[in-house]
Design a binder for this molecule. Sequence first.
Ligand SMILES: [Zn+2]
Length: 284
Amino acid sequence: MEINLDTGKLIVFLGGLFLFLLIETLFPTREWQDSRLKRFAFHGSIAALNTVIIRILIYVPFLLWVVYVEEEGWGISRWLEIYGWTEIILSIIVLDFFDYIWHRANHRVPILWRFHKAHHSDTAMDVTTALRFHPTELMVSGLVKATWVVIWGPTVVAWFLFEALISLCAQFHHSNIDFPNWIEKWLSWIIVTPRFHASHHAVDRRYGDANFSTIFSIWDRIFGTYSQPEQDGATTRGIDALGLPEARELCFSPMAWLVEPFRSRNQNLAYERVVEKAPNKSKS
Ligand SMILES: [Zn+2]
């Protein structure tokens, strides 16, 4: 059962990656500033490294934990005695809410931001940005998600569907595509769109400190963290519009990307030098 679900998740992941890659190649919104091959190679290498680390260290124990929690009947959904599609749909909604809180914490808690910054240091945004995460963030996320599992108690099937959907949505809203305003208007009321999320990656942190949702956009509207993207703003402004203001030339530096979160502020020469020069120093 788990092997089939695991294969299914991989198919959704690869299918989404190549589908959005194709769409953004045919209909890009922002002009491409770096070599796309370079972006694909850099972010693809990050994904490969992360997959190896996660598979070796936490993947199997995590799966065993999800199975164990279901067998033991732990969690709110078990106590509510919900089953079938009701359980799956409610699990996806509740887990997406947990993810919203977790993403917000990644921006607000300094130690978490150190690692999440690796994702936001991309100076552009396309489907490959969805692969750009520091392995430490993914490891810590794994531990945090283990607590979501025991609090809510999703079935193994619901968990896999949630994971597949969240990866598909992340690929979608990071991709370099945009919709006409009328589609954007109703679509962004339901799910996170590329324009909605581009605003979260804006250099201008008035936009970047908002729009934390991953699947459903409603969480930002409920908890007051929604920032209306400029109609033709965050997604289509010039090349300096996305990513963090600091150390932009280190965007594709493997060492800076990997080691920077572990440096103390005094040691942090490469980044701090640039941060001091940057006009906009605020991060969140
Ligand atoms: Zn973020």
